[in-house]
Design a protein around this ligand. Structure first.
Ligand SMILES: Cc1cc2nc3c(=O)[nH]c(=O)nc-3n(C[C@H](O)[C@H](O)[C@H](O)COP(=O)(O)OP(=O)(O)OC[C@H]3O[C@@H](n4cnc5c(N)ncnc54)[C@H](O)[C@@H]3O)c2cc1C
Length: 500
């Protein structure tokens, strides 16, 4: 017998837990969270590599409706963020709603009954509404390099760190120099015998103004909440100004590029190494990274930066294009995630029996980043074109939660059993988005990045101020949607089919 709930949430990261908290705060208790892992936390459970931390200040990178006045640092380390997320479970009594170890295998829309039928590894569920919070960066991506399968040592992705594999005294290769690698390279450089860092494209790196949050600040944030709100608003505003350069006037980022060049110059004495670390694309085209210890780590005697392309992996070495062999015992991949081809899209089957992955064969699209034509009562959290290059993803998640909660209210008020965005509305929305994306630094900055899909289309980022997205999703607007009432379903249903 399937377990039925009004709302089925998939994923227990910031999105899924945030959705659960908002539902409870709205007086809704009939929901479950289906999570494949045996713990909550998502990104912050999986990315427990040495040095992992957020790169948006914690007071903004946390849920506004579940504040934490006691963040230890401006950029809190992973264990603290993970504890914060675990804490939400107790703070909002979410344990009865959690179904850990429940990987979504298939979610199929039953149009006759107007409900989702969901199969997980551990049981089946039905629900009126399906909320997908499976994360844009939750499926690690490994590069297709010849010979990887024959590697005789230990190889793993940074989001699946092998804590049982001691790196002390080993020869280690790191492939990739993105946001994760620049955090763990300085940590492991001190531990290993030899570290070879393989870089395809250098990132732009600016100083990381991290500092402990003082006892006085903790006291103020706890006892005078407006001070915490003011700190949050200050971070938000400062970050938001970057959107101008990224989306309209890339030249405005020249000052940030100058800061990054100065940082490189101050931290790397060797001009030849500096040259190889200086990006040749416009700043902002790829994520701007923050670090004070990555460049110094690369200058260590036991660390080598290799910029020749990798040709293949041998059982005991990485071989680069010139035929040079770099002997290694361990390979750590800091090569990012399947951001433009999320695996969950293969598991979701819509009204006409088509999979979300098929609907997205030419690239991911949604309406307001949240709903998709052909997939009634489906709400995506961090869906297509909701990602950010400059500020906190939590702001986007919260905006989408406003949309979700007001959609549920609208459905209840008018006895609506199914909402589905009109194909024309979705198309027009995306045409507008793509026009706006044309002039952005991500599309014109001269880099290859995971923001663009295999067709060169930017299906990941939101091309404007985040408050514009907040305004767009402030409340569910039924215009642009096809709505079906209970009455219509009842008449369409064969009598033996139960109606929710
Ligand atoms: C290392 C790292 C650092 C980051 N730092 C920042 C930062 O500083 N600022 C920022 O704004 N963003 C940052 N991000 C982006 C980050 O992913 C988002 O901010 C946010 O954590 C996403 O939350 P989420 O709940 O949507 O996804 P996730 O945290 O990825 O959670 C998704 C959950 O869904 C589960 N799941 C996936 N598939 C299934 C399935 N089929 N069935 C059941 N469960 C499933 C996963 O196990 C996971 O628990 C970072 C990302 C990474 C990888």
């Amino acid at each position: 017998m399937d377990e039925h709930h009004d709302v089925l949430i998939v994923g227990a990261g910031f999105s899924g837990l945030g959705a659960a908290v908002r539902l409870r705060q709205a007086g809704r208790h009939d929901f479950v969270i289906l999570e494949r892992a045996d713990d909550v936390g998502g990104t912050w459970r999986d990315n427990d590599y040495p040095g992992a931390a957020c790169d948006v200040p914690s007071h903004l990178y946390s849920l506004s409706f579940a504040p934490n006045p006691r963040w230890s640092r401006s950029f809190s380390p992973q264990p603290e963020i993970q504890e914060y997320l675990r804490g939400l479970v107790t703070r909002y009594d979410l344990a009865p709603h959690l179904r850990l170890g429940h990987e979504l295998v298939e979610a199929r829309w039953d149009d006759t009954a107007a409900r989702w039928r969901v199969r997980t590894g551990r049981g089946s569920f039905t629900g009126r509404v399906l909320v997908i919070g499976t994360g844009p960066l939750s499926a690690p991506k490994l590069p297709a390099i010849d010979g990887l399968d024959d590697f005789a040592g230990t190889a793993f992705h940074s989001a699946r760190w092998r804590h049982d594999h001691d790196l002390t005294g080993r020869r280690v290769a790191v492939i990739g120099t993105g946001a994760s690698a620049i955090q763990f390279v300085p940590r492991i450089a001190e531990q290993v015998e030899r570290l070879t860092v393989f870089q395809r494209t250098p990132p732009w790196i600016i100083p990381r103004n991290d500092r402990p949050i003082s006892g006085l600040e903790h006291w103020l944030y706890e006892h005078l909440p407006p001070t915490r709100l003011a700190a949050r608003a200050g971070i938000y505003t400062a970050r938001e100004t970057l959107a101008v350069g990224m989306t309209w006037r890339p030249r405005l980022l020249d000052a940030v590029a100058a800061m990054a060049r100065g940082h490189l110059h101050r931290q790397v004495a060797d001009p030849a190494l500096r040259e190889r670390l200086l990006p040749d694309y416009r700043i902002g085209c790829k994520r701007i990274l923050l670090s004070n210890d990555f460049y110094p780590a690369l200058s260590r005697d036991n660390v080598e930066l290799v910029t020749d392309p990798i040709d293949r992996i041998e059982p005991h070495a990485v071989r680069t294009a010139g035929g040079v062999e770099h002997p290694v015992e361990t390979i750590v991949f800091g090569t990012g995630f399947e951001a433009t081809r999320p695996p969950v899209a293969d598991a979701v089957v819509g009204r006409d029996g088509a999979r979300l992955a098929d609907a997205w064969a030419d690239g991911m699209t949604a309406y307001r980043g949240t709903t998709v034509t052909g997939f009634p009562n489906l709400f995506l959290l961090i869906g297509p074109n909701t990602g950010l290059g400059h500020t906190s993803m939590i702001y986007i998640i919260e905006s989408q939660l406003n949309y979700l909660v007001t959609a549920l209210s609208k459905m209840d008020e008018h006895d609506i059993v199914a909402v589905e965005v009109d194909a024309g509305a979705q198309h027009a929305y995306n045409e507008g988005l793509q026009r706006r994306l044309d002039g952005t630094v991500w599309n014109t900055g001269g880099c290859a990045s995971w923001y663009l899909d295999a067709h060169g289309r930017n299906t990941t980022l939101w091309p404007s101020f985040t408050w514009r997205f907040r305004r767009l999703t402030r409340r569910f607007d039924p215009r642009g949607y096809h709505l079906r009432t209970r009455q219509e379903v009842t008449t369409a249903c064969p009598p033996q089919t139960p109606v929710p």
